[in-house]
Ligand binder design. Sequence first.
Ligand code: FAD
Ligand code: FES
Length: 283
Amino acid sequence: MYEILEKKILCPQIKEIVLDTPAIAQKAQAGQFIVIRIDEKGERIPLTVADYDREKGTMTVIFQEAGKTTQQLGALNKGDFIMDVAGPMGIPSSVEKVGTVVCVGGGVGSAALYILLKAFKKAGNKTVAIIGAKTKEFLFWEEKIKSVGSEMFITTDDGSCGRKGFVTEELESFIKKEKCDLIFAVGPVVMMNAVCRVSEPYKIKTIVSLNSIMVDATGMCGACRVEVGGETKFACVDGPDFDGHKVNFQLLLQRQKMYLTEEKTILDMGKTNEERECRCNNE
Ligand SMILES: Cc1cc2nc3c(=O)[nH]c(=O)nc-3n(C[C@H](O)[C@H](O)[C@H](O)COP(=O)(O)OP(=O)(O)OC[C@H]3O[C@@H](n4cnc5c(N)ncnc54)[C@H](O)[C@@H]3O)c2cc1C
Ligand code: FES
């Protein structure tokens, strides 16, 4: 059993919890995820490691309440217990000194940015954060992210904070004025696809963290399969990071739609897939 040591409500439907997971905290690295099961009848769901403290033996996750399990998790409080926490899973992000690294986060995907930027900064890179949300009230961890970024840009759909518009517009502005050696994008599939379309003509290597539907997260079931460079890969064991310019995003979107249970999609801050696609096609 794993105790919830802290719980915070960050934004509408987005919560942060700190878990007592000493063994996982010792090994967790940027880019990895955990799989939790709340109780014996619960479903397993993957959540990105948003932060960890090796000394305290804790790990932080940020989640958006999208369906049954994330809502059930959101209803738990400090002092409550989760039955299973497995991890860290997935291949850690490849962190090297390359020059200037721009990390782009969309919606709850920004949860991955803090430890990613921290790792790139520690490796000697100039780190730039671009975070996007629907409105000001859906932004979180700005100060924390700013503390590990040489520069930080915010975009909101309605202009209530930072630039009015999308992360892709801010990214393109940055690429046009400064040297950029590597881009990392974490967020809704449509947003990661749009980031790749912006960076491709500039030939800037772009890594995306794929949030495919996962069932076992151990490479056995094939639910998370994605096509990368014409080959089938499993996001849970071969990823979740992949070269975004080689990902077949259309196939990934089709697979995600197969499991849609409601109009709204998780990680997409209240936009329907059609709205996002329409927006992406217009970009
Ligand atoms: C590697 C990885 C890391 C993730 N990290 C985070 C995280 O840090 N924070 C967070 O909030 N979420 C994260 N997710 C997504 C999270 O796992 C799903 O939101 C969760 O499984 C939904 O479970 P549920 O029972 O609450 O909702 P369900 O009832 O299963 O689904 C509710 C809605 O969400 C959609 N959905 C379910 N899973 C996904 C998914 N993987 N991608 C897109 N849409 C999905 C469904 O189609 C449905 O529309 C991650 C996913 C992966 C694969
Ligand atoms: S989730 Fe089953 S193979 Fe990846």
